[in-house]
Design a protein around this ligand. Sequence first.
Ligand SMILES: [Zn+2]
Length: 209
Amino acid sequence: MKSVVFILSPSYSGSTMLGLILGSHSQCEWVGEFSKLKKYNAQAKTYSQAKSVNFCRFCKPGTCTLYLDCNTYEKISERFKGKLLIDTSKKAGWVEKNKKVVHSVIYIDRPHADITASFAKRGIFRKDMAERLRRSKSTRLKVAKKFPHMTVGYKDICNSDGIERVCAFLGLKYEPEMKKFWLKKHHGVGNVNLINGIVDGSIREIRKA
Ligand SMILES: [Zn+2]
């Protein structure tokens, strides 16, 4: 049974990118937003229907069988190599529900004004956004503190020093190649733009900040 590194953060905080970078380490595999798997599985009534659901955005629909018939970390552990699984479900409740498999928790602390701007860029305006973000941060940090945890800044994800620090915290030897996360064949649950960019080849290099 492998242990799981849970990444906690609000949306638009870089969790998928950090997940993919860590998942590109030779000892790790990224499983995406594993918490969504149950919902996806529930939508499919039969085995063949489940097979056609595109759990994994990296594989063509129906071709990725890694997540088929699989909604526990125990099962997915048998299907992946490496010693750590990286989960970017982002939710505090999901970590608590799976406390038996927690290796550690990483909280990404992106300034709330920047997160709000990212939402706005996509035309999403939520009522009481500042208050929501404050509350969710305190909930996530409360859960993170129950386990070995570290906080990283949004900008740390984009530089070697930041990733080196995360590796040291996880007990992993830093591998410079892991930053080229688009070169590894990943399999992960979720549906995010970053993955679309890798799949269609438009993401080839991390742009300089
Ligand atoms: Zn796949």
